[in-house]
Design a protein around this ligand. Structure first.
Ligand SMILES: [Cu+2]
Length: 356
């Protein structure tokens, strides 16, 4: 599989590589062994007069019971992953400026009753400094009072330095950090992760045979994304590359709503572990939060007609600033005023748009 680009995809890959593949391999070898044994031991030459009995209660209980247990072992983590991917996160972040002395910080626990911050896995504390983001460890670096109360009190062991920021994130955790020891052997990123509520919605519409993308939070514009012609791409990227890529900011939660205008398509990006049907007259919802900037490819994954294999998906994940510049550009192309300020680059974008 391609390297995962989201924490969700890492967990899906972990489930596949570490849970499913060993089970599948053991079962296949066991069944193969049984077949070989039956063929060798009980063929008509080796066993000319077969016994006439049928049924064996103990054996039948075992070969019904063990597969049920195996299915349970597979089902529980699988349901957990399905739930996490299906429910769009609603995490909230509180930012406090450090003054070099304060160690107590308050998180307002104003979630609905069912999603209150009730235990340590619902809370993530980070320190933002010029060096980047650093996640603190519960009990080692901070303690918490008032889980489930309207105000949750976070006490840091040592006061963060002047100029640093304390980030407290509360909400459902998609990664509680408890399986990190096993996880770390396979992937480089593993820490507790409370995912924040979406910062934007991407509206995806499947057509025969291209995709249409709209950004309803950033104005009334949308664009079509068609497969790039062969001359404008490389042999490796041909049939994955598109003329207009989706652009989204790195490290932010993106809500994706998916529908279709004609027949059923499916919007799939393997590195995000996303594959979701685009059904005419219905809206399906999924989300992702990409950890690394880059370009990620996918393809329509529901047979939708003769050009089904020619409607690829390309997602370009960029910094917040680049994203805002891109939004301004799209707005300029649609005849809208810029939404974000970036004077030098903006002037260039306006000039480019005027040329077009
Ligand atoms: Cu399609």
């Amino acid at each position: 599989m391609l390297p995962p680009a989201t924490a969700m995809a890492e967990q899906v890959h972990f489930f596949h590589n570490v849970v499913l593949m060993p089970i599948i391999t053991i079962i296949s070898l066991f069944v193969l062994g049984l077949l070989v044994w039956v063929m060798v031991r009980f063929n008509s030459k080796a066993n000319p007069t077969p016994k006439k009995f049928s049924h064996n209660t103990l054996l039948e209980v075992i070969w019904t019971g063990i597969p049920i247990l195996i299915l349970l072992v597979i089902a529980l983590p699988s349901f957990d992953l399905l739930y996490k991917e299906d429910v769009v996160p609603d995490g909230k972040q509180v930012v406090a400026e450090a003054d070099g002395a304060t160690t107590e910080f308050i998180f307002e626990n104003d979630f609905p009753q069912s999603r209150q911050v009730k235990r340590s896995s619902h809370l993530q504390v980070l320190i933002s400094s010029p060096a980047g983001l650093r996640s603190l460890k519960y009990k080692e670096d901070y303690s918490v009072k008032g889980f489930g109360d309207p105000e949750v009190k976070v006490s840091l062991k040592s006061a963060p330095a002047m100029g640093e920021q304390v980030l407290i994130r509360g909400g459902r955790a998609t990664q509680n950090g408890s399986n990190c020891a096993a996880f770390k052997r396979y992937f480089d990123i593993c820490e507790k992760q409370v995912v924040l509520a979406p910062s934007m919605t991407l509206k995806v519409t499947g057509n025969q045979w291209n995709w249409n993308y709209a950004y309803p939070d950033f104005g009334d514009f949308d664009f079509f994304s068609n497969m790039q012609v062969e001359e404008k791409t490389t042999p490796e990227d041909f049939m994955f590359e598109v003329d207009n890529r989706i652009v989204v900011p790195v490290g932010e939660t993106i809500r994706v709503t998916v529908t279709a205008s004609d027949v059923i398509h499916a919007w799939a990006v393997p590195q995000f572990a996303i594959k979701i049907d685009a059904v005419p007259g219905r809206i399906n919802e999924v989300w992702f939060n990409v950890e690394r900037e880059g370009i990620y490819y996918g393809q329509c994954s529901e047979l939708c007609g003769t050009r089904h294999s020619f409607m690829p998906i390309a997602v370009e994940v960029v910094s917040r600033q680049e994203f805002e510049i891109w939004i301004n550009k799209q707005r300029a192309l649609a005849g809208l005023e810029p939404m974000f300020q970036d004077d030098v680059k903006l002037a260039q974008i306006r000039a480019d748009a005027d040329k077009k």
